[in-house]
Design a protein around this ligand. Structure first.
Ligand code: NOJ
Ligand code: CA
Length: 654
């Protein structure tokens, strides 16, 4: 055990902000001119004394030598209606205090620290107004600390590694963290609560990673720019919210909506945005049947595209992604991507013709821009490339930034640096202008900006099924709901039915592949396998994918533990139907699901689950489909095999 340096002097000047339910308190502390915060829940310390402030290039640090000028406190309670997502209505309920601070002479710089305390979260941000001789600043370091008991267990992925966020989660203790880790960083503290440190509304600033300082205190480590600084800011500037989600159980953490509440409502009309389910000219490339590059086995030909459109119609899926349609994939595409074209199709692909065919069949095409991180090359073409899709009636684009670094202004920059953040934002805003929705792969992590920009329907931003074939264990998708998915939906590329494929062997049972449509929310949800696999081999299981919605009225976590299992129920936004999904790690589990959350009435249940002898390794195709009538007084007894899962559709009978 590590001794926790949770020092707090009784005489330190303190102001407290209490959550509306009275359980969580954040204390603002001013001690010898330096600002700090600390927090408790049910009178137990959850965050010890933690320093706040900045180091600024060429200036004195900001955060010490301060006096409190005045405070302003408010209470806010508002129901927010979301256009799409896991919940239709979320409650934005908090108490807030703004602390107006000024330095003592001679410098006299001023800024505000704004703290909000929700029933299930603490958030704060720095707001720096312009002032004489202080109008444009360069941040050398943000000093924000999160002083959490170092003996706490955390679930981490490393930061500043070549595959960005695409890593397996590791369970460890805080004091064992080395290097930097990404947020959301989910933590189980010895006092019994679950916390997740993250940020909200990340604009024009480097994203926050976390690192341990010498006292084993977690400290923000803002992603640097190639010039070694953290961010160049024009004042006024407000930092992203530093967010600490707080929960009594692992499952209740998974529906924490504070991040969305901390973002602005949309500033323009987005009534045109619609969530989408799609198939794609995609997995055929991963299993080696087709190629991205032109040649004998080229995937994105006009003929294949039309065949896939016909298949989408038969399968009842609205969207079709086409990757590898443009110039730039020849040879080693990861190396050569610097000259990719986003307007020139390969000779065997006629975009206008395919777009016409799609429109005639009422299929939405999902365009594709693989930038390989060459942002300079992409930004040169951005306007024309988005126009090209828009005039061809294409309203969805999947973008990609494969590669360990971005190339911006001729320099290698991190994807999650200030310049990376600004690039992603530019694409979201331009797409909004053209009425295009985005699914960003190799993205900047989610910080809830889809509340303001609902055309940002999904992201990847974690290890997805493309890593199957050896690099994903059954526990991975049992970590995601408690970690990565706290930052928003994910395009995990669900629904691979060809599990025993010799090139890409999948480490799940088949029932679990449909469970993902419930356990991993995505505003753009991909049924990723080839259509002939769905039609010829498992049409009866595909039925679930055809029916499952991409927009939900509400979400109700049922049971789970981090990295072990997760069971969640969601009600459809457009009907009275409910869906339940569950996934487990390598351990088989039997779960009794009480249906008392249903409304009254009779539901026709379709239950897709693992058979008793199913196993992700030896018998991945062992499944049962059971149909019966149930109501709110019933309970369902469900078995999940090792590496397995289940999916249930509960269709309300009239
Ligand atoms: C990585 C993306 O995650 C994947 O979906 C895409 O097919 C490849 N890059 C190629 O763009
Ligand atoms: Ca990826």
């Amino acid at each position: 055990m590590f001794k926790w340096a949770n020092l707090f002097g009784k005489n330190d000047a303190t102001k407290e902000i209490t959550s509306p339910d009275g359980r969580t308190i954040c204390y603002f502390v001013l001690k010898n001119g330096q600002i700090f915060y600390r927090a408790t829940r049910d009178n137990k310390v959850i965050i010890g004394l933690s320093k706040l402030g900045f180091k600024i290039c060429g200036e004195n640090p900001l955060g010490s030598n301060l006096k409190l000028i005045r405070t302003w406190s408010t209470r806010h309670d508002e129901a927010i209606e979301l256009p799409w997502g896991e919940d239709h209505i979320i409650q934005n309920l908090y108490r807030e205090t703004a602390f107006y601070l000024s330095e003592n002479k001679p410098s006299n710089r001023i800024f505000t620290l704004r703290i909000r305390v929700f029933n299930d979260a603490i958030a704060f941000r720095y707001e720096i107004p312009p002032q004489p001789k202080f109008q444009r600043i360069t941040v050398a370091d943000e000093l924000t600390e999160f002083n959490i008991n170092p003996n706490a267990i955390c679930y981490k992925i490393p930061a500043f590694e070549p595959d960005r966020y695409e890593y397996n989660y590791e369970k460890t203790t805080i004091y064992n963290i080395s290097g930097s880790v990404h947020t959301p960083l989910t933590i189980k503290i010895p006092a019994g609560y679950y916390l997740s440190i993250h940020e909200a509304a990340l604009y024009d600033y480097g994203s926050m990673t976390l690192t341990l300082n010498d006292q084993k205190i977690l400290k923000s480590n803002i992603t640097p720019l190639s010039d070694g600084t953290k961010a160049h800011l024009n004042l006024p500037f407000q930092t992203p919210w530093r967010l600490i989600m707080v929960a009594d159980s692992a499952t209740s953490l998974t529906t924490n909506r504070a991040m969305l509440c901390l973002n602005d409502p949309p500033h323009q009309d987005f009534s045109w945005v619609e969530t989408l389910k799609f198939i794609g000219i995609w997995w055929a490339m991963y299993v080696g049947e087709w190629t991205w590059a032109p040649g004998e086995r080229h995937g994105a030909t006009t003929t294949h595209a039309k065949e896939y459109i016909d298949a989408a119609v038969r399968l009842g899926i609205r969207g079709l992604l086409i990757e590898g349609w443009n110039e730039g994939w020849e040879g080693d595409w990861l190396e050569n991507g610097i000259n990719n074209s986003f307007t020139d199709a390969t000779p065997d692909f006629d975009l206008e013709e395919v777009a016409r065919y799609a429109k005639n069949h009422d299929i939405e095409l999902v365009g594709h821009h693989e930038t390989v991180g060459f942002v300079d090359n992409y930004e040169k073409q951005l306007e024309t490339a988005y126009n090209y899709y828009a005039v061809n009636n294409i309203h969805y684009i999947k973008t990609g930034y494969a590669g360990s670094m971005m190339m911006i202004n001729g320099r290698r920059e991190y994807h999650h640096s200030q310049l990376g953040v600004n690039h992603y934002q530019k694409t979201v805003e331009l797409a909004a202008k053209k009425h295009i929705c985005l699914d960003i792969h190799e993205p900047i992590k989610g910080t809830g900006i889809e509340r303001t920009w609902p055309n940002l329907l999904s992201r990847e931003g974690a290890r997805g099924q493309e890593y199957e074939g050896g690099a994903i264990s059954p526990s991975h998708a049992c970590f995601l709901p408690y970690t990565r998915l706290l930052s928003g939906g994910m395009d995990y590329t669900n629904g691979i039915f060809d599990i025993t494929n010799s090139v890409k062997r999948i480490s799940t049972t088949i029932s679990r592949q449909i469970a993902y449509f419930i356990t991993i929310y995505s505003g753009m949800a991909m049924a990723a396998d080839r259509p002939y696999i769905y039609e010829e081999r498992f049409p009866e299981i595909f039925e679930f994918i055809r029916n499952v919605p991409t927009n939900f009225e509400k979400t109700l976590p049922i049971a789970g533990e981090i990295g072990e299992y997760y069971i969640v129920a969601r009600k459809d936004r457009n009907s009275e139907d409910w869906y339940i999904g569950g996934v487990t790690d390598e351990t088989s589990r039997r779960i009794l699901i009480n249906l008392d959350f249903l409304d009254s009435g009779v539901y026709s249940a379709e239950i897709y689950s693992d058979s008793e002898n199913a196993h992700y390794r030896d018998n991945p195709f062992g499944y049962n489909i059971q149909k019966k009538h149930v109501g709110r007084s019933d309970a369902l007894d469900i078995y999940m095999a090792p590496g397995g899962g289940f999916a249930i559709r509960l269709a309300r009978l009239k």
